[in-house]
Design a protein. Structure first.
Length: 117
């Protein structure tokens, strides 16, 4: 399993970024894909995920209405569109893949998102 995130960077408050996670080494269409983030000094937290491989999504309350998770099975890629970014969204963002909601996570290396003026 390999997960490679990209798309992070420095953005001003109110701006947008789109993160990508290119996946390989497993059956992308049947695994559960998620985005997590970890800010300095804080625990890693779930941002958004597909509830099941075929669809259905979950969002943390802190990002609901601002972030959108999506996937392109033809490209084996999952995305996180982030709008109306806030300084508190600053974190290292990780892509996760797992077979089921109770299986162990596979993680990417992370991509840094910094929201600052």
């Amino acid at each position: 399993v390999q997960l490679v995130e990209s798309g992070g960077g420095l953005v001003q408050p109110g701006g947008s970024l789109k993160l990508s996670c290119a996946a390989s080494g497993f059956t992308f269409s049947s695994w559960i894909m998620s985005w997590y983030r970890q800010a300095p000094g804080k625990e890693r937290e779930l941002v958004a995920r597909f509830i099941k491989p075929g669809g259905g999504t979950y969002y943390a309350d802190s990002v609901k209405g601002r972030f959108t998770i999506s996937r392109d099975s033809a490209k084996n890629t999952v995305y996180l569109q982030m709008n109306s970014l806030k300084p508190e969204d600053t974190a290292l963002y990780y892509c996760s893949a797992r077979r089921t909601l109770v299986s162990s996570h596979y993680w990417g290396q992370g991509t840094q998102v910094t929201v600052s003026s």
